[in-house]
Design a protein around this ligand. Structure first.
Ligand code: SF4
Length: 386
């Protein structure tokens, strides 16, 4: 049997403090709590390895939270258990997410030594007032110092995350942030438009009916920022390959592409999601329950598996469509029809034809992809495939 390709995701749910807009599974924790978590995580990764002994690992992504909050020793232990128990491909992409203000020379050297070959840095804005408003722990100069240190120590694949549509912001302000990042010449840039999530401090002020709702930038300006981002980054040599992601040639994030093409992935750690052979599930989001993996020595921690969903063919085809359409290369209907044993065009004929006649998608040579207008209205287009 041919080896199966698999991606690994490792979740570190800790942050120095919670940002004002954040609804991710993340929180602050003392050193003792972090160490307890890491030793449980290492155990989970180790004991689940037997299930994936025939799989080849094409990417590993240590995400959060703020993984760079961990000590160099903790990261080395996590990476050692991965390398010693899984079959990593020769060109395995290994990413760690980090936040400025938590990176040190010791940590960066430990990442390199552990085989981590891609660094993602959450800058979000190059404007210190905006960073303060977002509740970030760092200022722009701290980011620049961390970035330059990573370069000096040999990181040659760096992603920088930016947020657009920050309250009180403007097209000009965003452009300044983007140009400052371009000047540093990272290999990859991600730009996400801020969503005001319920349950966050931002929601109280900027959510529906909130006292500062009118300081949010307009939808038209948001779209203008989107188009400006595409233009400026194209001029600087970055190719857009997904709605929010841009890279220099050969530097796309393989791990994220895996999600959009529905490659199998297994998530370790609190609340981590998995997709394996068309089954989706999540680890528990309850820390007490998660820590039982180690305390009770339950083999492989299957009792922490939640929200198990066995996808049927309709779910699978729908996912292929709306995830695949996020990427500029689009979806190859012919290939997909062969994969799922059904004529996919036939299933969505009415919607595909309507979107094509409305100028939202291009349907050419069995491949459909979003137009510029379709990217503006991506949620509307995708909804037709769910
Ligand atoms: S650093 Fe990221 S994960 Fe942590 S609180 Fe801020 S936005 Fe959330």
């Amino acid at each position: 049997m041919a080896d199966k390709e698999l991606e690994l995701y490792i979740h570190i749910p800790f942050c120095i403090r919670k940002c004002n807009y954040c609804d991710f599974l993340s929180f602050s924790c003392d050193e003792e709590g972090i160490e307890k978590y890491v030793s449980t995580l290492v155990e989970e990764i180790r004991c689940k390895a037997r299930d994936y002994k025939d799989d080849v690992i094409t990417s590993v992504f240590i995400g959060g939270g703020t993984p760079s909050i961990l000590s160099d020793d903790q990261i080395e232990r996590i990476m050692n258990v991965v390398k010693n128990n899984y079959n990593l491909s020769d060109c395995c992409e290994i990413t760690i997410e980090s936040n400025p203000g938590t990176l040190t020379e010791e940590k960066l050297l430990a990442y390199k030594k552990s085989g981590i070959n891609r660094l993602s840095i959450g800058l979000q804005s190059a404007d210190d007032d905006e960073l303060k408003l977002l509740g970030r722990i760092h200022d722009y100069q701290t980011f620049v110092d961390n970035y330059n240190l990573a370069r000096k120590l040999g990181f040659d694949t760096i992603n920088v995350d930016l947020i657009s549509a920050i309250p009180g912001g403007s097209i000009e302000k965003f452009k300044e942030s983007l140009l400052k990042v371009v000047e540093l010449n990272p290999e990859h840039i991600s730009v996400y438009s801020l969503i005001i999530e319920e349950g966050t401090p931002f929601y109280i002020n900027y959510g529906e009916g909130g006292p500062l709702e009118d300081t949010l930038i307009s939808e038209d300006d948001d779209r203008e920022i989107y188009h400006l981002t595409k233009t400026l980054l194209a001029e600087a040599g970055y190719n857009q390959y997904e709605i929010s992601n841009y890279s220099k040639a050969g530097r796309k994030c393989q791990h994220n592409i895996g999600y959009w093409i529905r490659k199998n992935y297994v998530g370790f750690g609190l609340g981590a999601s998995s997709l394996y052979d068309n089954m989706r599930y999540k680890n528990t989001s309850d820390m007490k329950e998660y820590l039982r993996i180690k305390a009770e020595d339950v083999p492989c921690g299957y009792m922490i598996r939640k929200e198990v969903e066995n996808l049927d063919i309709k779910d699978i085809i729908g996912e292929y469509m709306y995830l695949g359409l996020r990427m500029n290369r689009g979806v190859d209907l012919k290939k997909m029809s062969e994969q799922v044993g059904q004529d996919v065009y036939n299933i969505y004929r009415t919607w595909i034809d309507k979107c094509a006649s409305d100028g939202l998608i291009i349907n050419k040579d069995h491949i459909i992809c979003l137009t510029d207008k379709g990217q503006d209205l991506a949620n509307y287009v995708m909804a037709g495939f769910v």
